[in-house]
Design a protein around this ligand. Structure first.
Ligand code: ASP
Length: 344
């Protein structure tokens, strides 16, 4: 009960904070130099997520899922697990939760399939793994990590990636495992809009991005980041977004920070969002909040790119900026936790 109350208070104060400032950091003055024993941050996608359109029971489901993801990660971190294991476990949970557009809740392509992308990066070694366009791998984040740990490559796509997953003994599922009625209806709406607006460069989507991501800092000061997605509703068959692009949708380096992104992937690729934030921290000495705000609220926003990031720097400071209406998000540090959805 006490725990629920604390979470509610934290969530409320975080919501109010978001309302009063464009800053995305949980604390306006998160300049602490003493690294916490651990830090954890998650997202479940950004986009047109408005309080007035959200049924209360759905909102409660999202909040519960975000808290459960934080519970999983925090418990591992408290037991001394490495950041890599934490990121994998948390993202697997989010992939298995149909609420989010990753794994089980993935959106549909224009031709009615589910093609999944994911990436993983170990900040201690700067090793990375990524997978694009898989259709039968239950947890693409596990495959991204296996590519990082057990292959000489960084990225595998399509059938080759699936064969590697089978070789590695990862769970595979029939493609219809990824079917959910809600996502199917969302595709039908997107197609109707597309038919009405012929000539658009990119297929109109629901503008609800539901990619998932996690960044963790462990007790040894190591960072890891992971991102997983079904992509964007009504994407063309074979389209690959930013989620599996190292430096765009995911990045981690112990020298600076770990970042996971969500939003309109084409922009995040062209603006190399995750690496841009890390570079501003490492080369320019910007604080994480300054770097993340600059990229999300200025560069990306000016270009028309919608979305956000979650990030942790090597000091354990957290940033969660987004320029869309909402972003499912949450963070935890020893004695501190918040989950939130909307801007205000
Ligand atoms: N960034 C993802 C993509 O473009 C979508 C999302 O964040 O939900 O594929």
């Amino acid at each position: 009960m006490k725990y629920i109350l604390l979470t509610a208070i934290a969530a409320l104060s975080f919501g109010l904070l978001s309302c009063h400032t464009k800053s995305s950091t949980p604390h306006m003055n998160d300049t602490s130099t003493q690294r916490p024993a651990y830090a954890l941050v998650i997202h479940g996608g950004a986009g047109t997520i408005r309080r007035e359109n959200m049924p209360p029971d759905k909102e409660a489901e999202y909040m519960a899922a975000l808290n459960q993801a934080l519970d999983i990660g925090e418990q591992l971190l408290q037991n001394g697990a490495p950041a890599t294991d934490v990121v994998e476990a948390v993202v697997v949970f989010l992939e298995d939760t149909p609420l989010f557009n990753a794994g089980k809740g993935s959106v549909f392509t224009n031709d009615g399939r589910n093609e999944l992308d994911a990436s993983f990066m170990n900040g201690a070694t700067r090793e990375a793994g990524a997978v694009a366009g898989v259709t039968v791998v239950k947890n693409p984040i596990r495959l991204a990590r296996a590519i990082m740990d057990k292959s000489p490559h960084v990225m595998l796509a399509g059938r080759g990636a699936e064969l590697f997953a089978i070789e590695q003994g990862l769970d595979t599922v029939p493609p219809d495992y990824f079917y959910t009625q809600e996502r199917w209806e969302s595709l039908q709406r997107a197609k109707e809009r597309e038919n009405k607006s012929s000539g658009a460069n990119f297929p109109p989507t629901d503008s609800k991005f539901g990619t998932v991501g996690c960044v963790a800092l462990d007790k040894n000061g190591h960072l890891a980041a992971g991102t997983s997605t079904g992509g964007m509703t009504n994407k063309r068959h074979g389209r690959i977004g930013d989620a599996p692009i190292i430096g765009a949708g995911c990045y981690a380096d112990d020298a600076s920070c770990g970042v996971s992104a969500t939003g309109h992937g084409e922009y995040f690729i062209r603006y190399t969002v995750a690496k841009d934030i890390a570079a501003l921290v490492e080369y320019k000495g910007l604080s994480l909040a300054e770097a993340a705000d600059l990229v999300i609220h200025q560069k990306l926003k000016a270009a028309g790119g919608e979305g956000g990031v979650i990030a942790i720097d090597k000091h354990g400071r957290i940033a969660m900026p987004f320029n869309s209406d909402g972003m499912y998000r949450g963070y935890a540090k020893p004695g501190e936790r918040a989950v939130a959805i909307y801007r205000k």
